[in-house]
Design a protein around this ligand. Structure first.
Ligand code: NAD
Length: 243
């Protein structure tokens, strides 16, 4: 089926990889919604707006007759503003869901995070999607990503909307503005001499191209028949590396 795609956060790291993947495979109806504009492509429409403002996102979905939404937007993971995480990840995600339902969008794929099941100290070994959310989240980023994910999954089936959530781990690869710059900052601050644990801790990372591909696959395959609708999926590269 020919879709009219909307990538929310399409000027971000993951969002841009998704946009480029869709362009590369010849999709002709791609729209980006983002609070900033970093890319200027002839072949895609761009809406600059704030998803915590319902009218901004609703107008974009309505005008472009969007049928499939990939929602990757979130404030930067810098811990600066707890309020902003609630506003964008929870209230903003509510707006996205309502705008999808009100405009008859068929598919909504939400970029969640593996951190939604992590409490900050308990070991998670061979964890799968049956793991519950923790009673207390490690931080407000994790808490609001979990709250946004829950809203998206609960919206599955409303007015024919199919939803799913993808949970990448830390994402790395070309154009990353958070992970590698963060490591460099830690080195510059001389903080690498500290070690937590005995160096046997394992954590997975997700290569950005795999992460983007997971989103494209999800939007292609999302259906009731294959039991993907209303579900969350961890997205990893396979073998964890020592952390
Ligand atoms: P990013 O900051 O590069 O991209 C996010 C985009 O969202 C930005 O372009 C930003 O301008 C946009 N945005 C933020 N607030 C907005 C608002 N109010 N309205 C409209 N647009 C807004 O981040 P990323 O690394 O590409 O992360 C994408 C998604 O993946 C996020 O949802 C994040 O929680 C999730 N995630 C990221 C990682 C990681 O390591 N980068 C790991 C797990 C999950």
């Amino acid at each position: 089926m020919v879709e009219n795609y909307l990538i929310i956060g399409g000027d971000g790291f993951v969002g841009r990889w998704i946009v480029e993947m869709l362009i590369k495979r010849g999709e002709t109806s791609i729209t980006v919604f983002d609070i900033v504009q970093r890319y200027f492509d002839k072949e895609i429409k761009h809406y600059q707006g704030d998803l915590s403002n319902y009218d901004d996102i609703n107008e974009c979905i309505k005008k472009e007759n969007i049928t499939a939404v990939i929602h990757t937007a979130s404030p930067p993971h810098d811990g600066k503003s707890e309020e902003l995480f609630w506003k964008v990840n929870v209230e903003g995600t509510k707006n996205v869901i309502e705008a999808c339902i009100n405009n008859g969008v068929k598919k909504l794929v939400y970029t969640s995070s593996s951190s939604v099941v992590y409490d900050g100290y308990s070991e998670l070994i061979n964890t799968d999607e049956t793991a519950p959310y923790p009673e207390k989240h490690m931080n407000v980023y994790n808490e609001t990503k979990a709250a946004g994910e829950k809203l998206v999954l609960e919206a599955n089936g409303r007015n024919g909307l199919l939803t799913c959530a993808l949970r990448p781990c830390g994402i790395f690869g070309p154009n990353d503005r958070q992970a590698i710059p963060g490591f460099i900052k830690v080195m510059e601050l001389g903080q690498t001499k500290y070690q937590i644990g005995n160096n046997e801790n394992f954590v997975d990372w997700t290569y950005v191209e795999n992460c983007a591909y997971a989103h494209v696959l999800a939007v292609d395959k999302l259906s009731v028949e294959n039991q993907t609708a209303g579900e969350a999926f961890f997205i990893t590269n396979g073998t964890p590396v020592p952390f």
